[in-house]
Design a protein around this ligand. Structure first.
Ligand code: KG4
Ligand code: ZN
Length: 344
C-alpha cells in the first residue's frame, strides 16, 4: 500500500510517499526556520504563511513521476501543533482525498515520531519503551506491539528540545539550539578548563516517568550571569563549558528515566525519536545499555519533522476515514488517542 503523507504541524512543510510503512519512495522537507531567526522563536502566523508558500512546491516534488492511481491513501498530521500551519496540511490533504476519491488517515504528530523507527528497523522486539523528545514534547510510552501504546509520563513544563533551544539562546546562539549546543559541547575537554559549572538534574530520582526542564533554564541563567558581558560574548571556552553541562544535564535525565521504564516493564527494545534523539551524546549514553536492551533511533533526517514518519504511523497504526471527518486539532492529546471510524 502506497501512502502519500503530509506534515505541517510547525515550521516544516513535508510530503512523502512511503510503501507498506517501510519503503521511502519520495521524502521532501522544507523549513521556514531561518525566517523566524530574527524573532528569537517561531512566529505562528509567519509559519502558516510559509506553509502556504511551500506546500505546492513540496507536494509537486513528492509526487514527481506518480499519478493519483499510484496512491492508495492520504495521511496527514491533524495535531498537535500550531493551528495555522496544521490547517494548511489538513485542508490540502482533504482536498486531495476529495478530488482523488481516496481515504484519508489522520495522524498524531507526536506518536508518528516513534514510527520513524519502523522505516529502517524491520524487526523490533516487544515490549519496547519509546521516548519521544522533540521541540514541543518529551513523552515516554510502553509499546506491547506495533499498535498498542500506553503513555507512561511526560514533561510537566518545558520539553527537552525547548530546554536546549532556550538555554542556547542564553548562550548567544540563534535558533536550532540543540545542534548549536551539541557542536559547542563537543569542543569541551574534560579537566582542561578553568571554568566549572554544575546544573541540576530535575526529577532524576523521582518515582514517576515525568520530566521537568523549566528550572534548568533558570539555573543556567543564574550561573551564566556570574560572568561579565565580555566573557559571555567572546569566551568560546566558557560557552563550551556551559553547553557541555547543559547537554549532560538534559541527557542524564532522559537516559535515566527511560532505562528505569525499560527495566520496570522488562522491555527488550528502546526506541528513540524526535529532533533531540539526533543528539550524539544522548545516543552515546544509551549505547552503554545496549547489552541489556536493543536501542534504536532513526537516521537524523527522520528524527526531525518529516512526512515519512507520518506515512509509517498511518500504515502501522492509522485508521482510514472519510475526508469529511478530519479537522485540525492543535491540542490533540498525546496521552489518549482519538478513535476514528473505519471507512466503509
Ligand atoms: O521533532 P522536531 O524536529 O520538531 C518538533 O516536533 O518539535 O524537534 C526539534 C527539536 C528542537 O528543539 C531542536 O533544538 C532539537 O529538536 N534538536 C536537537 C538536535 N537536533 C535537533 N537537540 C539536541 N541535539 C541535536 N543534535
Ligand atoms: Zn516533531
Amino acid at each position: 500500500m502506497k501512502i502519500l503523507a503530509i506534515e505541517t504541524s510547525c515550521d516544516e512543510t513535508a510530503a512523502a510517499i512511503v510503501e507498506d510503512g517501510v519503503k521511502i519512495i519520495t521524502n521532501v522537507v522544507a523549513s521556514s526556520h531561518l525566517t523566524h531567526r530574527k524573532y528569537g522563536g517561531i512566529v505562528p502566523e509567519v509559519a502558516a504563511r510559509k506553509q502556504v508558500e511551500y506546500m505546492p512546491i513540496i507536494l509537486k516534488e513528492a509526487l514527481e513521476g506518480h499519478t493519483k492511481d499510484d496512491i492508495d491513501a492520504i495521511a496527514v498530521t491533524h495535531g498537535p501543533g500550531l493551528i495555522g500551519p496544521l490547517l494548511v496540511g489538513v485542508e490540502t490533504a482533504k482536498t486531495l482525498a476529495f478530488a482523488w476519491n481516496k481515504p484519508i488517515i489522520p495522524v498524531n504528530h507526536v506518536l508518528a515520531h516513534i514510527y520513524a523507527n519502523f522505516i529502517k528497523h524491520s524487526s523490533i522486539a516487544f515490549p519496547a519503551i519509546a521516548l519521544v523528545v522533540s521541540g514541543g514534547h518529551t513523552e515516554l510510552y510502553l509499546m506491547n506491539d506495533i499498535k498498542t501504546l500506553k503513555w507512561l509520563g511526560g514533561t510537566l513544563d518545558d520539553a527537552a528540545g525547548e530546554a536546549f533551544d532556550k538555554t542556547a539562546r542564553l548562550l548567544g546562539f540563534e535558533n536550532r539550539g540543540g545542534i548549536a549546543i551539541q557542536e559547542s559541547a563537543s569542543k569541551f575537554k574534560v579537566g582542561s578548563s578553568k571554568f566549572a559549572v554544575k546544573l541540576p538534574r530535575p526529577l532524576l530520582r523521582d518515582e514517576t516517568f515525568n520530566f521537568s526542564f523549566s528550572g534548568l533554564k533558570t539555573a543556567v541563567m543564574r550561573e551564566w550571569n556570574k560572568f561579565d558581558h565580555e566573557q559571555q560574548t567572546t569566551n568560546q571556552e566558557l560557552i563550551s563549558v556551559f553547553a557541555h553541562e547543559i547537554q549532560e544535564a538534559i541527557t542524564d535525565v532522559l537516559v535515566s528515566k527511560t532505562i528505569k521504564a525499560a527495566e520496570k516493564y522488562k522491555a527488550k527494545s528502546i526506541l528513540l525519536s524526535g529532533g533531540v534523539s539526533a543528539n550524539k551524546k544522548l545516543r552515546e549514553k544509551f549505547s552503554v545499555h545496549s547489552k541489556q536492551f536493543t536501542v534504536v533511533a532513526p537516521p537524523t533526517e527522520l528524527c526531525t519533522d518529516n512526512a515519512a514518519a507520518i506515512a509509517a504511523y498511518a500504515h502501522f497504526r492509522g485508521e482510514k476515514t472519510d475526508w469529511k471527518n478530519i479537522e485540525a486539532k492543535p491540542d490533540l492529546s498525546v496521552e489518549i488517542i482519538d478513535a476514528l471510524p473505519q471507512v466503509k
